[in-house]
Design a protein around this ligand. Structure first.
Ligand code: SAM
Length: 316
């Protein structure tokens, strides 16, 4: 079994960091605000970022191994070609202009710099990177992936954490969604919307809020869509599966669900493919789903373990 302790940074010695002279703090010990509102020293923030880095590397390694196993299975089943380049074996990746690519447009709206600290923007970059990797995977049919708001801290941090992002096969945009696509073409995705998404149309652009906020800004994107008069919709989760807790998903899970839906044309299959087992409480019978309309929107606010109504929590 993999030794997950390998390369793990030292545990947070926040107490030590805080035990210095509080009056004469040096630069490294100065406090910086966090999204929780609790101040932490620069040292602690550095350690948190290091720990985060380590977790991401470990996760990336696992994902890579999982992807390798997945691809091997596909190759065995479908005989997908491996491209041999300078003696290196590479797996051919999908491109957005492949003949089999979808013309459905999905954009990640990265205009929320002002609501995130550096660590959260870094997580956003990683989730965007995951969306891109999934878009290129042979297991999927690529969507037209747009990334809006490539300016400011999002751009600076992307440059630090994503090697070679400029040459990615995505549509990079500096403006926000309305300036890029026009008000009438937008469907902003939000778990708070009372509308359920049923189909994906090529004349619309489906916007995912690029906001990693651990739900500190609950309902922010929905309020924004309402304010600007943009159409909005939530994924039809409640019609097909019951979640253990909240239905606010990560950016990459939302993107992967859209990819899976484009591939399978089946929402239930898309949710089951993407949502982690631990998130699922139960799977609905499709006949139950038929005829359920927006009433179903409220049904997953019932905790299936306790049977009580829950306040949606936050991890995204
Ligand atoms: C981590 S969530 C951000 C939550 C944030 N508090 C907000 O106001 O949107 C990232 C984005 O994923 C999309 N999203 C998450 N769960 C969703 C759901 N159940 N249905 C539709 N979109 C969802 C939304 O576009 C959301 O802005």
């Amino acid at each position: 079994m993999e030794d997950t302790r390998e390369g793990k940074p030292e545990a947070d010695d926040g107490d030590a960091a805080l035990s210095g002279n509080q009056d004469g703090k040096d630069a490294a010990q100065q406090e910086v605000p966090t999204s929780t509102g609790l101040p932490v020293s620069k040292n602690q923030m550095k350690k948190m970022m290091k720990m985060e880095d380590w977790k991401e590397r470990r996760m990336a390694k696992r994902l890579k191994e999982r992807e390798k196993r997945k691809l091997k299975k596909i190759q065995e089943r479908e005989g997908m070609p491996e491209v041999v380049d300078d003696g290196q074996v590479r797996i051919k990746k999908r491109r957005m202009n492949d003949p089999e690519a979808s013309d459905v447009r999905v954009a990640i709206d990265c205009t929320y710099d002002h609501l995130m600290n550096d660590l959260e923007i870094k997580k956003l970059c990683k989730q965007v990177q995951r969306c891109y990797a999934e878009n290129r995977s042979l297991t999927n049919k690529p969507l037209q992936l747009y990334i809006c708001g490539l300016v400011g801290r999002f751009q600076e941090i992307s440059e630090q954490v994503i090697t070679g992002y400029k040459s990615w096969d995505v549509h990079w945009k500096t403006d926000g969604p309305e300036a890029t696509f026009g008000r009438d073409n937008i469907v902003y995705l939000s778990s708070e919307s009372p509308n359920l998404l049923t189909e994906l149309q090529s004349d619309k652009v489906y916007i995912i809020g690029g906001l990693v906020d651990h739900n500190h800004h609950k309902g922010h994107c929905f309020a924004l869509a309402e304010k600007h008069g943009w159409s909005h919709a939530q994924l039809p989760i409640s019609d097909y599966v019951m979640l253990r807790d909240r239905k606010v998903l990560t950016i990459n899970h939302v993107y992967e669900i859209l990819l899976a839906f484009i591939k399978t044309k089946d929402w239930k299959e898309a949710f089951l493919r993407v949502l982690p087992q631990r998130k699922l409480a139960t799977v609905k019978d499709p006949s139950e789903a038929k005829g359920e309309s927006s009433d179903a929107v409220t049904s997953d606010k019932v905790d299936l373990v306790s049977g009580e109504a829950t306040e949606e929590g936050s991890t995204s």
